[in-house]
Design a protein around this ligand. Structure first.
Ligand code: GLV
Length: 346
């Protein structure tokens, strides 16, 4: 009798292979442009042959390594332009970005090519909202100046007029963009006794608003009435340079700006001027135009609290991002529906 639990042909030796037995499906080949957390690598290797590059951002070199690959996992450091999409080898059947934002990807080109495209929503919401609050508090309470004074040995002791910052408790926070991260930032504001103002393109959609959140009729109204503003808009042609000199002039004098979304939402030269004149009291920025370069204008501006794009940098968020991509890729190659496919036609 054949013992089927112990695998095929156990008691018949190795020489017998039934000719009608299908060959196991080939393992998909996946290319990742950056090293990823160990749990993510392990999950991807459980169903695919994975090649990991050492932080490759050059589009041509990424394209060269895509030859014969079934999937590409890139990050926001790779510009997925129309030209890039056009030159992707035919073998690539799905594109993934290790980010929730996808302004680095030409969606029209991806859609035109019929490539499924996945990203990493949800799993980084709370981590990013925490960083928005670090920036808000760091900017308001002059965190960077205080650190520098202490570390550089310039602290000569407590003084009544030393490092006096802005109050946060009880102030008004404008949340510009009320998606997942904007809502999570707004939720934290309740603990600071803050009133939150926001604008929703489709009021009444999504969860009901908490009591401390009030709607205004436009983003501009929110901007004009807030002591703090936190940006959570997607970067697009419509929102590029949205916070410009004209809008900054409508803000409360001394208001504080926080940005964890994309650097391109802000006209950095206008922000630097406004920090210089005091129209903007301080800015907490995690994102910049032209990352990883940060403009001299921003570096030289007073009253800034700057971080190197670390919104999602916690182990649960970064693991979660990769595991979400991995489980969608596994589903894709098994012909099952995916959870985080971006609607490229929208
Ligand atoms: C980071 O900025 C992301 O979009 O995930």
């Amino acid at each position: 009798m054949i013992d089927r639990r112990a695998g095929p042909n156990k008691d018949q030796g190795n020489q017998f292979v039934p000719s009608d037995q299908a060959a196991p499906p080939a393992r998909p080949k996946i290319l990742a442009t950056y090293p990823m957390p160990a749990r993510v690598v392990e999950k991807l290797r459980s169903f695919a042959d994975l090649t990991v590059l050492d932080g490759e951002t050059d589009p041509q070199r990424v394209l060269d390594r895509c030859l014969g690959m079934d999937a590409l996992i890139c990050t926001l450091m790779t510009k997925v332009s129309a030209d890039f999409v056009e030159r992707l080898p035919e073998s690539v059947r799905i594109l993934a970005t290790y980010s929730v934002g996808y302004d680095h990807v030409d969606l029209k080109a991806v859609d035109g090519r019929g490539l499924p495209f996945i990203n990493t929503p949800d799993v980084l919401t709370e981590a990013t909202a925490d960083i928005a609050w670090l920036l808000l508090l760091g900017a308001a309470r002059r965190g960077w100046e205080a650190q520098s004074m202490l570390r550089e040995g310039r602290w000569i002791g407590w003084e009544p007029t030393q490092l006096v910052g802005a109050d946060v408790y009880g102030k008004t926070l404008g949340v510009l963009g009320f998606g997942r991260i904007g809502r999570a930032v707004a939720r934290r504001a309740a603990g600071f006794g803050m009133k939150v103002l926001t604008f929703q393109r489709r009021p009444g959609s999504g969860e009901p608003l908490p009591d401390h959140v009030e709607l205004r009729g436009s983003l501009d109204e929110v901007l004009a009435e807030s002591d703090f503003v936190s940006l959570h808009l997607p970067l697009s042609e419509q929102t590029s340079g949205w916070l410009n000199a004209a809008r900054i002039a409508t803000m409360r004098r001394g208001a504080i700006v926080v940005n964890t979304a994309r650097g391109g939402l802000i006209d950095e030269a206008a922000l630097a001027d406004a920090l210089g004149s005091g129209q903007i009291g301080a800015a907490g920025l995690d994102v910049f135009v032209g990352e990883p370069n940060v403009s001299e204008t921003i570096l030289a501006a007073p009253n800034t609290y700057l971080l190197p794009h670390v919104g999602s940098a916690t182990s649960s968020a970064r693991d979660g991002m990769g595991l979400s991509l991995a489980s969608d890729l596994e589903a894709f190659f098994a012909g099952r529906p995916m959870v985080s496919q971006v609607d490229t036609a929208a």
